[in-house]
Design a protein around this ligand. Structure first.
Ligand code: PLP
Length: 471
């Protein structure tokens, strides 16, 4: 491809992108294909000859697009959003074109210095105090792994980095029974062992019970197991529940335990002062993560990870082979020492575009709308016979189930709702997912797409009622 071809094709692809976003509502939200359908369209061996971009794009539209679930669809209400936005996409195009590898300050000073500034903007936007320093990680899972590894090293006085874990006392990690699976995964990767992950009981609102945490820590101490890290959640994946950070932070301070706050989804809502109470006490946390790539209109991957003690983080991950030494040394930040991968994309650029293009006020208004619309829809569900709210709207997420009068058998209701969800998702106009609440099958409704409007929630509610009536 020569330079002129690149220019022409790029313009054409930008037109395709704009058309796609303009007409996205015509697609079924969830891909309507079966396992292997797309693989069957892809040749088993790579081509020896060259193909034109027109041919590749034609195949993309015909063979690949049907296998795409449209996460940017305004009627996507499944999981949590993985948001994108036009300014973010434009920045990603620049990032991809520049193709800089930003592992060291020296390998692109602008990327490093912009990352430092953008993370400080985010810190201010969500109300964390100035003592926190931020870095972009690939995911909340990755950030939590980094937190647990740092907590482990600090607790063992950096001895496990030197000697390995052999001969060290067992370390325990505490999280609520509602926590995301990434905590258990991180604890296992960090070598702490799944059986040292304590799932602490929750109260009626789904928040970790401080008394139960205190008891678990005491039991571990009595058994010679060292409490290492508490992971508190703001906005759980299943139902949006939050742990009470302040009392948990006090327990952590008493016992010298690392406190990591996982606000992967809900952290974006902290840009609204009225929701900051959810993070009350987070100023005492050792680390904090939230994902602008979920609900702050910034393309995946962009996980904002904040720490209070950056020296502990760097000491855990720093490694200095000759070929990575640079003449600036400690005068500058080399983000390769702030996480697991060496290589890093220029991810701060999309934050710069998004925050400037919308401005904080507009970002606040978009998230506030999502929350208000979610509450409004939950009220409509609550007021409708044969439907029940199973967990109240927490920020922009609630759960519900279909409960026709006269059907009171729990297993039958679970099966009915599983059938309803399958119908909804096969229908394709909306996309929802499920979770369990106290062992009961419920349907989640999560709002957060950039292009979602109130009318899309009304349309979704009609689809749900119509399909339920036809069961
Ligand atoms: N923590 C919570 C509360 C989540 O909801 C999720 C994903 O939905 C994660 C962690 C994992 O996020 P990531 O995909 O960035 O690893």
């Amino acid at each position: 491809m020569n330079d002129q071809d690149f220019r022409d094709q790029a313009h054409g692809i930008v037109d395709w992108m704009a058309d796609y976003l303009d007409t996205i509502e015509r697609y079924p939200v969830r891909a309507a294909v079966g396992p292997g359908d797309i693989a069957a369209k892809l040749p088993e061996t790579p081509p020896d000859d060259s193909h034109t971009i027109e041919a590749i794009l034609g195949d993309f539209e015909r063979d690949i697009l049907p296998g795409i679930t449209h996460w940017q669809h305004p009627r996507f209400f499944a999981y949590f959003p993985a948001n994108s936005s036009p300014p973010s996409v434009l920045a990603e195009m620049l990032t991809a074109t520049i193709g800089a590898q930003c592992m060291l300050w020296q390998t692109s000073p602008a990327a490093t210095e912009m990352e430092t500034r953008m993370l400080d903007w985010l810190r201010q936007m969500i109300g964390l105090p100035p003592g926190f320093t931020g870095v972009i990680q690939d995911s909340a899972s990755g950030a939590t792994l980094v937190a647990i590894l740092t907590a482990r090293e600090k607790m063992l006085d950096w001895q496990s980095n030197e000697e390995g874990l052999f001969g060290q006392p067992p370390l325990a990690v505490y999280c609520s029974a509602e926590t995301h699976s990434s905590i258990e995964k991180a604890a296992t990767i960090a070598g702490l062992g799944r059986r040292h992950v304590r799932k602490i009981a929750v109260d009626g609102d789904g928040g970790m019970r401080p008394d139960a945490l205190e008891a678990a820590i005491a039991a571990d101490q009595a058994a010679g197991i060292r409490p290492c890290c508490v992971v508190a959640t703001i906005g759980s994946t299943g139902t949006g529940a939050s742990d009470p950070i302040r009392p948990l932070s006090e327990i952590c301070a008493t016992h010298g335990v690392w406190l990591h706050v996982d606000a992967a989804w809900a952290g974006s809502a902290l840009i609204l002062e009225e929701h900051r109470h959810l993070a009350d006490g987070a100023e005492a946390a050792d680390s904090f993560v939230f994902n602008p790539h979920k609900w702050l209109f910034t393309n995946f991957d962009c996980s904002a990870y904040f720490v209070r003690d950056e020296e502990a983080l760097i000491r855990t991950f720093e490694i200095m082979p000759e070929y990575l030494k640079s003449r600036e040394g400690r005068q500058v930040i080399d983000y390769r020492d702030w996480g697991i991968p060496l290589g890093r994309r220029f991810r701060a650029l999309k934050l710069w575009f998004v925050i400037r293009a919308y401005g904080v006020d507009r970002l606040k208004a978009m998230i506030a709308d999502h929350i208000a619309w979610t509450h409004r829809l939950a009220e409509a569900v609550r007021a409708t016979p044969d439907f029940e709210i199973m967990t109240p709207p927490r920020l922009a997420l609630f759960t519900f189930r279909y409960h026709p009068a006269g059907t009171n058998d729990g297993a039958a209701l679970d099966a009915l709702n599983a059938r309803l969800l399958q119908r909804i998702n096969d229908d394709g106009r909306i996309y929802l997912t499920q979770t369990l609440v106290d062992g009961t099958y419920v349907i989640r409704f999560a709002v957060g797409q950039r292009s979602t409007e109130l009318r899309h929630l009304d349309e979704a509610w009609k689809v749900i009622r119509d399909l339920a009536a036809g069961l």
